[in-house]
Structure formats: C-alpha cells, structure tokens
Design a protein around this ligand. Structure first.
Ligand SMILES: C[S@@+](CC[C@H](N)C(=O)[O-])C[C@H]1O[C@@H](n2cnc3c(N)ncnc32)[C@H](O)[C@@H]1O
Length: 198
C-alpha cells in the first residue's frame, strides 16, 4: 500500500513555522465565525488540530476529520490534556468514505491542494453542509514555481469560483489575506480565503 506522507510526519508536524501560519489562518477564519456560537463546524483535513482546536471556542461543536490516523491521535492527546469539551474527532477520507454527519460550516485549510480531484471533494463537502451552510476554503494562489507530482501548485481564484458554482454553491467570495516567505514548498506564496454559501 502507498505510504501516506502525513502519517509519517504527524509527530513532527507542529513546527514553529506551521504554528505561525496556522495562527494567521485561525485569526482570519475567526472573522467568519462571529455569529457561529450555536453552529457545528467540521474542520476537514484538520491535521494536528492547529486551527480546529483554536477556533473550537467560537462554535457549539467542532468535528475534526482527517484521513491520517496519526494526525487524529495527536489531536486526541491534545484534547485529553486540555479543558476542551466540544471537540469530536474522526479518521475519514470523504473522497472514499461515506459519513453520516452534517455541519453548518466546513473549513478546509491547506487540504484541497493535497486532494487530486478537487471537484469530487467539493461535491462531498457540499453534501455534508446543511442548507444555508458555509464552506470556508483556505489555500494558496497558483504558483508556477511550485512543482510536486502529488500536490496542486495552488488555485486560480476564477477557476475555483467557477468550480464551486458548478458544484451548486449560490455564492463565493474570494480574498487574498497573507503573503508569506517560503510557506508553500519552500516558495513564497499568497494565501486566500474562499467563502461559499450553499
Ligand atoms: C497541510 S495539512 C493541513 C492541516 C490543517 N488543516 C492546517 O491548515 O494546519 C493537510 C492535512 O490534510 C489531510 N488530508 C489529505 N488528504 C485528505 C483527504 N482526502 N481527506 C481527509 N484529510 C486529508 C492530511 O492528512 C493532513 O493532515
């Protein structure tokens, strides 16, 4: 079976650089959670929970989902060592597994670039959202300097917006919010937030 790189790096995932970037992302995502105190949020591809655990206090329930068992194990350890009461975790890959969970908000931060078929995962996340739900995508702008056979080298805003519209989302607003040095496969890159309404 093919090795999952995230299983291998899970234990050393929380580097200073990744924590810094996650804090910038969490700060931006919080702006979208101003009225979410009674809502359920899924952080899809949550990694070690650097963002999901940080924003859990802005929602009623936070469900952290990742396809890597080792990543989820680290979240579980963090939750056990904290006072956080409203977090559930699952190991799942929605491109293959069917899970009977629904959310008002789905966050996908730095995950879309790792999933080969963007259309399929957007369709699955669309189905996971309640009517009037909100999808929040954080990812990198397309960067021709990045090349990796298994990773999208970012996204073009207009193309992603068209894909979200064809998936069924009523509206999408995309905004760049951070430019960082060496943050995307050792290349400088711009982060965007795309907020889509179902
Ligand atoms: C770069 S990390 C991002 C972690 C976190 N969202 C953040 O922004 O800090 C990507 C995560 O997506 C997960 N992942 C990759 N493909 C996935 C899939 N098809 N379904 C669920 N999780 C996936 C990986 O296991 C990894 O934990």
């Amino acid at each position: 079976m093919e090795e999952n790189v995230f299983e291998t790096i899970a234990k050393k995932y929380d580097s200073t650089e990744r924590i810094e970037l996650a804090n910038i992302i969490a700060h931006k995502v919080r702006e979208e959670l101003a009225q979410a105190k009674e809502k359920t949020l899924i952080d899809y591809g949550s990694g070690t929970g650097l963002i999901g655990l940080q924003i859990a206090d802005s929602v009623k329930n936070a469900i952290l989902v990742d396809s890597s068992e080792n990543m989820v194990e680290i979240i579980n350890d963090k939750v056990a060592a904290s006072n956080i009461q409203n977090v559930q975790t699952f190991v799942a890959d929605f491109t293959k597994d069917t899970m009977d969970i629904k959310a008002d908000i789905v966050l996908v931060s730095l995950v879309l670039l790792h999933i080969p078929d963007t259309k399929i995962i957007l369709e699955k996340l669309y189905k996971t959202l309640q009517t009037d739900g909100k999808l929040i995508i954080i990812d990198f702008d397309k960067n021709p300097n990045v090349y990796h056979p298994k990773v999208h080298n970012g996204f073009v805003a207009d193309e992603l917006k068209a894909l979200l519209t064809s998936t069924g989302f009523k509206s999408t607003n995309i905004q760049q919010f951070h430019h960082g040095e060496k943050v995307f496969m050792k290349q400088d890159a711009t982060l965007f937030i795309a907020v889509s309404k179902k």
